[in-house]
Design a protein around this ligand. Structure first.
Ligand SMILES: Nc1ncnc2c1ncn2[C@@H]1O[C@H](COP(=O)(O)OP(=O)(O)OP(=O)(O)O)[C@@H](O)[C@H]1O
Ligand SMILES: [Mg+2]
Length: 174
């Protein structure tokens, strides 16, 4: 007999690609390559513990997108806008750590750019930005257990929603 009383827990989406990087420079390079797949309106959500390399990856994204200004940890600001040096989209780098609500709270920040016209990268966005978008690229950076001094990082990328359905993220692993 079928068990019908159990609540179905939705499965976590399966990562499209898993990449091992072995240095900060490789993380940056991954960001530069990922940037080539991004366009205005994209949301990239970065997860991983303190010092995992989220900002390092974002630095590479900024270089790949060709935006102005060095990408740094947005410690005392919630979001920083990096305008394009060419005709590409600006990069909006968000540290959602102190964002109590969702991305809609950012409307109060007077950012000077519209999010649909930008590439938006959010650190610490878990539980805050998912509801607001159907499409997002989820990037999780983690260290293997015990790797505390090591420079090895495991990066998983999962495209969620229609935007990412036809994008082959495995090119990043090549
Ligand atoms: N493979 C690696 N990739 C990225 N960073 C690395 C790697 N190996 C060592 N590091 C170091 O780890 C640190 C990562 O810092 P970064 O600010 O990018 O992390 P973060 O995830 O943004 O942290 P926070 O949660 O504080 O925002 C840097 O000092 C970097 O040099
Ligand atoms: Mg950071």
């Amino acid at each position: 007999m079928e068990e019908t009383s159990k609540t179905q827990v939705p499965a976590e989406p399966t990562p499209d690609v898993e990449i091992t990087v072995t240095s900060p420079e490789q993380m940056r390079e991954l960001g530069r390559r990922l940037a080539k797949l991004l366009r205005a309106g994209d949301l990239v959500m970065l997860s991983g513990e303190l010092g995992a390399g989220k900002t390092t990856l974002t630095r590479g994204l900024g270089e790949g997108l060709g935006v102005r200004g060095a990408v740094t940890s947005p410690t005392f600001v919630i979001a920083r806008v990096h305008p394009s040096l060419g005709d590409g989209p600006p990069l909006v780098h968000v540290d959602a750590y102190r964002l109590s609500g969702g991305l809609d709270e950012m409307e109060d920040l007077d950012l000077d750019v519209s999010l649909p016209d930008s590439v938006v990268v959010v650190e610490w966005g878990e539980g805050k930005v998912e509801e607001l978008t159907d499409d997002r690229l989820q990037v999780v950076i983690h260290r293997a257990v015990g790797d505390t001094t090591d420079e090895v990082r495991h990066v998983t990328l999962t495209g969620i929603g229609e935007r990412w359905a036809a994008v082959d993220l495995s090119v990043l692993a090549a």
